[in-house]
Design a protein around this ligand. Structure first.
Ligand code: GDP
Length: 446
């Protein structure tokens, strides 16, 4: 366990609160703190009620101090945490006191980075700390918590170990060529590779959902003016946010509001009705709607249920039909025109006015997003990138083995490369650059 230079930070958000936390970590941190508190020999992991003084002996505050003896702390280093009155002026004074006395300001995520560097958690778990704090929904929270508990690492580490084992066997067959030691046949290696391939693929299938959970899913409502987009937007939102009128072209710009559908954070976007317009303001709105379509993960194409499609509907449908979309036929309270069944293989008939069909629409949205994959564990883009790279190498090798007898030296090359990406994934090998990238997204004090 390595102890680094002492650092300090406020660990709670800025502003007035009941309690504010200041934490310190690093080599000799207790020694830095003791001159300023009225407890001389704190017991580790014990809540001491202390008075905190500055250099002149003036009291700054009174609160709880906990001392953690290395390595039994979050970072694995010696740590001290103060639970003080949550006044920003007090907390700032405390931090400044330590800054004047040999402690430096912590960088973003530096406590967690040290926990990682000291082997308290692997890189995937350290990332989960950030995800956990930033989680915007129940589902994101539970995924981050499971990742923090190491569940994702427990799927990925064995894959890495299998590659390592294969390498070991192949390496032994090179080194001890003359001797009678057990070796693996090419078929056995191939079978192993195929199993690893399958596991990686099922992990990769969760990345889309993982990104939705982390960043939210953009769901755009499009359709020509007056089909009921704003009414549907309000229905899904549960409040009257968008203005509903029977004058076409009233939504001049797009509206965006967050909603939460079964734990999935969704950015719901009500676009301006797309149509030919000579009004310059409406034109800008329409242009923005077309732009919004491009960034949408899922589109609700809205048309009227009781009428045949018109030229404008057909034009908008042509814009979305090759994208991930759901056909929503609104105003079904006024009837359902038969011709829709012939044109659309699937659609959801709703009445934004009466509320009919809305549960089915929500269900269809969730099914289309594919919430069922991943069993509650979702990987990030960084994970997916490295898994994909590893997968490509494994596939290439599997291909070669199926075509020809591959020499042990070549096998080694491939196996090592595939393993290398998984090493990077769990943080067996890291660079300062990578760590900087990951931990710079954290808040200070974490
Ligand atoms: P937008 O221009 O597509 O956003 O449409 P609005 O939501 O502003 O609605 C246009 C008109 O259609 C308003 O008069 C709404 O009251 C009406 N409307 C919306 N949804 C329904 C529905 O499900 N049934 C009926 N009968 N009228 C609706």
């Amino acid at each position: 366990m390595k102890q680094r230079e002492p650092i300090v930070a406020i660990a709670t958000p800025y502003g007035e609160s009941a309690i504010g936390v200041v934490r310190l970590s690093g080599l000799g941190v207790l020694e830095k703190v003791l001159p300023f508190v009225n407890v001389k020999k704190p017991r580790p992991r014990y809540a001491h009620l202390v008075k905190l003084f500055d250099e002149k002996g003036e009291q700054i505050d009174e609160g709880i101090m906990i001392y953690y003896q290395a390595p039994k702390s979050y970072t694995g280093e010696e740590m001290v945490e103060f639970f003080l009155h949550g006044n920003p002026i007090i907390l700032k004074k405390v931090v400044e006191l330590f800054l004047r006395n040999g402690v430096r300001m912590a960088q973003r995520g530096e406590f967690t980075k040290r926990a990682f560097l000291n082997g308290k958690m692997d890189l995937i778990q350290a990332e989960a700390v950030g995800d956990l704090i930033g989680a915007k929904s129940e589902l994101a929270l539970s995924s981050a918590l499971r990742q923090l508990r190491g569940e994702l690492s427990q799927i990925i580490s064995p894959l890495r170990e299998r590659l390592l084992n294969l390498s070991a066997f192949v390496e032994a067959s090179i080194e001890f060529e003359e001797q009678d030691i057990p070796t693996l046949s090419q078929e056995e290696i191939l079978r192993s590779l195929q199993e690893i391939e399958k596991s990686i693929q099922s992990l990769l299938a969760t990345v889309k959902m993982g990104e939705f959970l982390r960043k939210g899913l953009n769901l755009a409502i499009v359709g020509k003016p007056n089909v009921g987009k704003s009414s549907l937007f309000n229905r899904l939102l549960g409040t009257q946010r968008a203005i509903v009128t029977d004058v076409p072209g009233t939504t001049r710009d797009f509206l965006q509001e967050p909603i939460n559908l079964e734990g999935i954070p969704i950015n719901l976007i009500d676009t301006a009705g797309i149509r030919h317009s000579t009004d310059p303001v409406e034109q800008i709105g329409i242009q923005r709607s077309v732009e919004k379509l491009k960034s949408a993960h899922l589109i609700l194409f809205v048309a009227e249920a009781h009428k045949p499609l018109q030229a404008e509907d057909l034009y908008i449908h042509s814009l979305v039909k090759d994208k991930n979309h759901i056909v929503v036929l609104n105003k079904v309270d006024l009837g359902l025109w038969d011709g829709h069944r012939e044109r659309f293989e699937n659609f959801v008939a709703v009445s934004a006015k009466e509320g009919e069909g809305l549960d089915e629409l929500k269900k269809t949205i969730l099914e289309t997003i594919g919430t069922t994959s991943g069993e509650g564990l979702y990987i990030s883009i960084r994970h997916a990138d490295l898994l994909q790279k590893s997968l490509e190498v494994i596939k290439l090798l599997a291909d070669r083995i199926q075509k020809e007898e591959v020499s042990p030296e070549i096998l080694m090359l491939y196996l090592r490369e595939a393993q290398h990406y998984l090493d990077e994934l769990i943080g067996e090998i890291t660079t300062e650059e990578l760590l900087g990238e990951i931990f710079s997204n954290f808040c200070i004090g974490k």
